[in-house]
Write a new protein. Structure first.
Length: 261
């Protein structure tokens, strides 16, 4: 008690000031006279002005936090939407494969691509997940619901390497419908292919469909391949060249079929 008294005596000016401030605030809060109300109003405006920058900073901080949360939520929703689109495309593609297998009269085995560019001896190849254990052998045709894309060249027990149609050494005997003109198809550039040895007097037009000719011991006849997009005459020769775009996008193949005997 004595200690408290000594502190009070020593700092009496500070305690007096604190007491006066508290008493003044109580009077301002409870007073009803016009002067008190005017003073209270001015004090409120003063403190509002003093605290307005603090209030603005707090508001901007809250807005920035909300904006950050909204950006994060928007990113999550974008990922979910992209995932749903991918699943929808995958479902549509698998339905197409299933319908093709049901409707096809060919003896086909479904396979999945497990590696691209599998062979160093080929400019374009891939590996599939079935082999001799499933009845696959060398030179079995490979196709998708859109058409022919290659043939098997190396067979393992549970895997096989496929030479793709856009390999520089791949050749395919084809027929142009409806004229039934024939020629040899080979890769030209990017997604374009060239048919040579087409007779100049044959009736070939842009938009004609390209199918396998059936002259090969490997590929059955009338399997879809692509479509004519350009025709050029070769000067001084009795043949013309036909530019073709195949039906399948080679770079996006994930599932395919092996035609077996």
């Amino acid at each position: 008690m004595r200690t408290f008294y000594l502190i009070l005596i020593k700092h009496k000016d500070i305690f007096a000031l604190i007491f006066s401030i508290i008493l003044s605030l109580m009077m301002l809060a409870n007073g009803d006279s016009d002067n008190i109300r005017l003073l209270r109003s001015k004090a409120n405006r003063f403190f509002t002005y003093i605290y307005s920058p603090i209030t603005w900073v707090r508001t901007m901080t809250l807005i920035e936090e909300e904006a950050s949360l909204l950006r994060e939520k928007n990113l999550q929703l974008s990922f979910q939407l992209e995932s749903m689109r991918h699943l929808l495309d995958e479902n549509s593609r698998l339905k197409k494969l299933l319908n093709f297998k049901r409707e096809s009269k060919l003896n086909i085995y479904p396979a999945r691509v497990i590696n691209m560019g599998a062979s160093p001896h080929l400019s374009s190849s891939l590996t599939i997940d079935i082999g001799s254990e499933s009845g696959v052998s060398v030179n079995d045709p490979i196709m998708t619901p859109n058409g022919i894309i290659g043939k098997t060249v190396i067979i393992g027990e549970s895997e096989s390497i496929v030479q793709l149609i856009n390999d520089v050494t791949f050749r395919l005997s084809v027929r142009i419908k409806p004229s039934n003109s024939t020629g040899i198809l080979r890769w030209l550039d990017k997604d374009l292919y060239l048919i040579k040895e087409v007779q100049k007097n044959s009736n070939v037009e842009v938009g004609n469909q390209i199918v396998t000719s059936g002259f090969s011991d490997i590929f059955p006849s009338d399997l879809p391949v692509g479509e004519v997009i350009k025709i050029t005459d070769e000067r001084g020769r009795f043949q013309k060249s036909v530019i073709v775009k195949i039906n399948e996008n080679i770079g996006s193949i994930m599932n395919l079929f092996v035609i077996v005997d």
